[in-house]
Design a protein around this ligand. Structure first.
Ligand SMILES: [Zn+2]
Length: 417
């Protein structure tokens, strides 16, 4: 298998039309000396909502890379999969995000916990992760609590991993374990013992996606203190480095941030910390390419603008249904949402400015942006018309998708000017 690079970017493309534009952003970064491995990710939830198959993502990734003459590695990520839905991803994916969030807090049995304690006890007391830079205090009872909270999830991760390994063969895919879609963040201390559990379960982990402090809502800015995030992130990196040596995890194990896209306030911190510490990163973005399609159609005017106005009006009517699957990762202020009547009078510029995430633009409305983000189902039920509009207005949309990934994400993260 080809190797996941030091830097990799998770790209979501719900409707499968923007792979070229996304790849162009990756290639533009390469021109600036930043080598990023593109990883196309799409969750089971998105496949079900739209009615696509995991193999569609493989076809898209293969097609766009071939036609662009892209010779470096790229991957197709089975995003947030579990034991129940992994099967249909196995053949066409070579990156698996094993999601064990729903198992956190369920207790493993007593013997399993005791067995883990025998290995973990020796880290009680003063845990010297990186000398003066990071020393953590812990006790046996605290370690036991961590085991009670996470060991069952680690064992489930192994079960899922084994299923994939059996079908694909060892070393033929990248393994990520994710725990981000939960309410409580994992502390650096918890991360350390989670990594010990995953190593004990023999999972050759290449990326790990914890839940950080603060909120990572879909498509909008980070909610929290960026300075506190930066401190936690740097401590997590030190923990990963120490755990790799201590537990013989793969040396290329790196942090995966499920950003939900658009975390502009913390990108510069992430960028400077990975640069300073010479660490890699996997930054997963959400399916916000869909939002760029909506923006592009709005900017195109005419029937494109009418179509996206209809989507918005429909989303107001079905707001509860659309938001339910995303309750943990959106924060919509209903009172900030413009009415159907108001929006009916908007021109292209007004619609686009309201939806486009340009900090400081006073028309920008994060609540409307989040609602549209989860409203893609409404385009999926008018698929033929939607695809026809995407194709007719391809040029405008491609530009929106490219600028979003390159200018707003990659440049901010890697400090490209
Ligand atoms: Zn996630």
């Amino acid at each position: 298998m080809e190797a996941l690079g030091k830097y990799s970017f998770g790209l979501g493309d719900r409707f499968g039309h923007q792979g070229n534009a996304q790849l162009k952003a990756i290639m533009a970064a390469y021109e600036k000396g930043i080598d990023i491995t593109p990883v196309w990710n799409k969750s089971n939830r998105e496949h079900i909502t739209i009615g696509t198959q995991p193999s569609d993502v493989r076809t898209e990734a293969d097609t766009v890379t071939r036609s662009a003459g892209f010779k470096r590695p790229y991957f197709v990520d089975a995003d947030h999969i579990n034991l129940e839905n992994v099967d249909r991803f196995i053949g066409c994916s070579d990156f698996f995000t094993i999601d064990v969030a729903s198992y956190i807090g369920k207790k493993a049995n007593k013997d399993e916990i005791n067995e883990f304690m025998i290995r973990a006890e020796r880290y009680s007391g003063e845990l010297n992760i990186a000398g003066p830079k990071l020393t953590l205090e812990t006790s046996k009872s605290q370690i036991r609590q961590i085991a009670e909270k996470y060991l069952f999830a680690a064992k489930k991760a192994q079960e899922i991993y084994n299923k994939i390994e059996k079908a694909k063969g060892k070393d033929n895919f990248v393994t990520e374990v994710s725990m981000d879609e939960v309410a409580q963040p994992q502390t650096p201390l918890e991360l350390f013992f989670i990594l010990q559990m995953l190593a004990t379960e023999n999972i050759p982990l290449q990326t790990i996606a914890p839940k950080f402090s603060g909120r990572f809502n879909k498509g909008v800015e980070y909610v929290g203190d960026p300075i506190l995030f930066a401190r936690e992130f740097e401590q997590d990196l030190l923990v990963i480095g120490y755990a790799v040596r201590e537990f013989d995890l793969p040396v290329n194990l790196k942090m995966s941030i499920h950003s939900g896209s658009d975390k502009f306030a913390i990108y510069p911190y992430i960028g400077s910390i990975i640069k300073k510490t010479a660490k890699g990163i996997h930054l997963k973005t959400a399916g916000t390419t869909w939002l760029e399609e909506v923006i592009g159609l709005a900017e195109s005017g005419g029937e494109g603008l009418e179509f996206v106005k209809e989507i918005y009006c429909g989303s107001l009517k079905k707001i509860d249904e659309l938001c339910a699957p995303y309750a943990d990762v959106i924060d919509i202020k209903v009172s900030s949402l413009p009415s159907t009547y108001e929006v009916s009078k908007w021109n292209s510029q007004k619609f686009s400015d309201t939806l486009k995430h340009i900090p400081g633009n006073h028309d920008y409305n994060p609540s409307m942006r989040q609602l549209i983000h989860v409203a893609y189902k409404l385009a999926a039920i008018k698929m033929n018309e939607y695809y026809r509009l995407l194709e007719t207005n391809e040029q405008v949309i491609t530009k929106c998708v490219y600028e979003n990934i390159y200018d707003r994400h990659i440049c901010r993260l890697f400090g490209i000017r």
